[in-house]
Design a binder for this molecule. Structure first.
Ligand SMILES: Nc1ncnc2c1ncn2[C@@H]1O[C@H](COP(=O)(O)OP(=O)(O)OP(=O)(O)O)[C@@H](O)[C@H]1O
Ligand SMILES: [Mg+2]
Length: 250
């Protein structure tokens, strides 16, 4: 613990550098992150800004544990004060953090075939539920599971309704949904569980003005609950409405 009253930042990126190696082009090296250092505190939203192709989405993917780094570190301070370097954490740790601590709204929805929009969001709630299965539960009695599923579906439905997704679509797989409909399912999934670290990659890119306002509200509520947010917002109106600070990629 620190001796001051200020808690450590939730996220501390320290001199992060990364390059991609293009194997199909004789191993050409493409530097994409060069000496990136930034910090984000609880309740704060940092906007990543800069021209296309400079590594903004790549940094979010690194923070989501999908890519490692050549050098530097991505320190996440957990609720109990322990720090974990997201660039070097074991896959099992990354998966556990994604369930409970890290929310991610990617630009495009990745859904399992045949899973309904409602269950895609409900599943996110169930996987974050820390209550372990009861060891003495009757294996033939799936009552508690049904109850948990029902509660998760109700919560998921409330979020989809708030994002104006027509109820007639809730039971359908999102594969055939419009871009904006898919994105709203993705947003509902990303915001369903309160995240310590929330990563947003252009969450409002294909939304109309009304739904953009809903997303602004959701982001403000997440900040009020104490999430540390790193976001990419091409829409300046959204960025101005939610960002406390900016990090410029040159
Ligand atoms: N998996 C990969 N393998 C090789 N190169 C990649 C890979 N992912 C991204 N890149 C390259 O890295 C660079 C940065 O990409 P990134 O998607 O992070 O940019 P960005 O800043 O998010 O851009 P935009 O604003 O257009 O979304 C690009 O030149 C891209 O082609
Ligand atoms: Mg991008």
């Amino acid at each position: 613990m620190t001796t001051t009253d200020t808690p450590p930042p939730v996220l501390s990126v320290e001199a992060a550098s990364k390059r991609f190696t293009l194997h199909l082009r004789d191993g050409l090296q493409l530097p994409v992150l060069q000496d990136v250092s930034l910090q984000v505190r609880s309740g704060e939203c940092l906007a990543l800004v800069g021209p296309s192709g400079r590594g903004k989405s790549t940094l979010l993917k690194c923070l989501h544990g999908s890519y490692g780094l050549e050098s530097g570190a991505l320190w996440l301070t957990q609720a109990d004060g322990r720090r974990v370097d997201l660039a070097r954490a074991a896959p099992r740790t990354v998966l556990a953090l994604r369930r409970r601590e890290i929310g991610y709204v990617s630009q495009f929805l990745r859904a399992l075939p045949r899973q309904s929009a409602l269950d895609l969001v409900a599943e996110r709630l169930l996987e974050a539920d820390p209550s372990p299965p009861q060891p003495d539960a009757d294996p033939l009695d799936d009552g508690p599971h049904e109850a948990a599923l029902g509660a998760a579906r109700a919560q998921a439905g409330a979020l989809l309704a708030r994002l104006n997704l027509p109820e007639g679509l809730w039971g359908l797989p999102p594969a055939t949904f419009s871009g904006g409909e898919q994105q709203r399912v993705n947003i509902a999934r990303g915001f369903a569980v309160p995240a310590r670290l929330l990563l947003l990659d252009e969450p409002t890119a294909s939304l109309d003005a009304g739904n953009r306002r809903v997303v602004i509200e959701l982001i403000r509520e997440a900040k009020a609950r104490g999430s540390a947010i790193v976001g990419i917002f091409h829409d300046e109106e959204v960025r101005d409405a939610v960002a406390d600070r900016r990090y410029h990629f040159h």
